[in-house]
Design a protein. Structure first.
Length: 367
């Protein structure tokens, strides 16, 4: 296959490309605008492969997208390009609307126009795989909120049938793009597949996100900021497990289906940070414990309290389960950051120095 990957210089996109080049015979066209979170250093040695091609293209540029499709004639699209940081979306939602909604629309139309030119066999085998997030579902019942007959029962999980209830500009923009993609199937018969995944972590993660930010701040003796009480719960998925799942979906998934992908690792944010500190105490010991750097800060506006994925459909239909536990994946992640400090310095080009984003003053409107 020849697979067009949008956002291939980003965190998850680069993991997908590394997986394809290392474990398959497929070719990849990497389409990326190289914004602050996209970096070709996340694809070491990819440009030495005859099966890899990079196109420096913004998905909002329809003319360039048409050229890319005409030039490379892909067999499938894996759409990962997106603005993805919730805090940034709170203070600057416009870029999220432009990239995640308008960009997805442009990509859908460019891909559909190309698809219409294919012969019958190629049309039937073509796939447009849209990669989304569990945040489109809103949040779930938190253990602290269990009352009455809910006590003792298993807490609910996100399934493929869960209704959408996004809370942030980021998740709302991703929900919008999901709706567009499904509408293109219903209206035009365009062959789409959608996946919604839980929180990813692993190597090459831009350090505005929780795990890399905590690792780097800890090593530099800086505060380790935790929103609110740190009791927000996330389901953590190692990025290389996610890459394997996404390749399974684009090659074996059924047109029109949605697949939820989770790591089976529900952890409170404070637990994640404390675990990082404990591993760093072991690997890079110092006089005091790293946990002494933990500080609690004002919570994020509209912060969802719990996400958790039911990925049984992925397991049953596509025979996928995550390989890494949270403990093994987190240790691998920390060891990677310890060994790749130059990458960390290079991606922080002066425009972002791990300062807090998304802090706003909300008006007092009463109860």
């Amino acid at each position: 296959m020849k697979i067009l990957v949008t956002g291939g210089a980003g965190f998850i996109g680069s993991a997908v490309i590394r997986h394809i080049l290392s474990n398959t015979q497929d070719s990849v066209i990497n389409v990326d605008a190289l914004t602050y979170a996209g970096n070709l250093e996340s694809l070491p040695n990819a440009d030495k492969s005859s099966r890899y091609c990079f196109e420096h293209v913004d998905i909002c540029n329809r003319t360039e997208l048409d050229r890319v499709f005409k030039t490379h004639m892909p067999d499938a699209v894996m759409h990962l390009a997106a603005e993805s940081h919730v805090d940034r979306s709170i203070t600057g939602p416009a870029e999220f609307i432009q990239t995640n909604i308008v960009g997805t629309y442009n990509l859908l139309e460019a891909a559909r126009e190309y698809w219409n030119t294919l012969n019958d066999d190629d049309r039937k085998s073509f796939r447009f795989h849209h990669i989304s997030t569990d945040e489109v579902y809103g949040d779930l019942l938190h253990p602290d909120e269990q009352e009455g007959n809910a006590l003792g029962k298993e807490l609910p999980l996100f399934t493929e049938q869960t209704s959408y209830a996004p809370s942030s500009p980021y998740s709302a923009s991703k929900a919008s793009s999901d709706h567009l993609v499904r509408a293109w199937l219903r209206t035009y018969g365009f062959p789409i597949i959608v996946t919604n995944c839980s929180n990813n972590y692993g190597p090459y993660h831009f350090p505005e996100k929780l795990i890399p930010l905590v690792i780097l701040n800890a090593l530099e003796g800086k505060e380790l900021p935790i929103y609110g009480k740190g009791d927000q719960i996330r389901d953590w998925l190692y990025v290389e497990d996610h890459a394997r799942a996404l390749y399974k979906v684009v090659t074996e998934g059924v047109i029109g289906e949605t697949y939820n992908i989770g790591g089976h690792n529900e952890k409170q944010n404070i637990e994640v940070v404390q675990t990082i500190c404990n591993i760093l105490d072991e690997l890079v010991p110092k006089e005091s414990n790293y946990s002494e750097q933990i500080t609690f800060v004002t919570d994020r506006p509209g912060h969802d309290r719990r996400y958790a994925i039911d990925s049984s459909k992925m397991s049953k239909d596509l025979n996928w389960t995550p390989v890494e536990t949270f403990e093994t994946g987190l240790r691998k992640t920390i060891e990677w950051y310890l060994e790749n400090q130059s990458w960390c310095q290079n991606v922080q080009d002066g425009s972002y120095q791990r300062e807090r984003l998304g802090e706003i003053n909300l008006p007092d409107i009463g109860e």
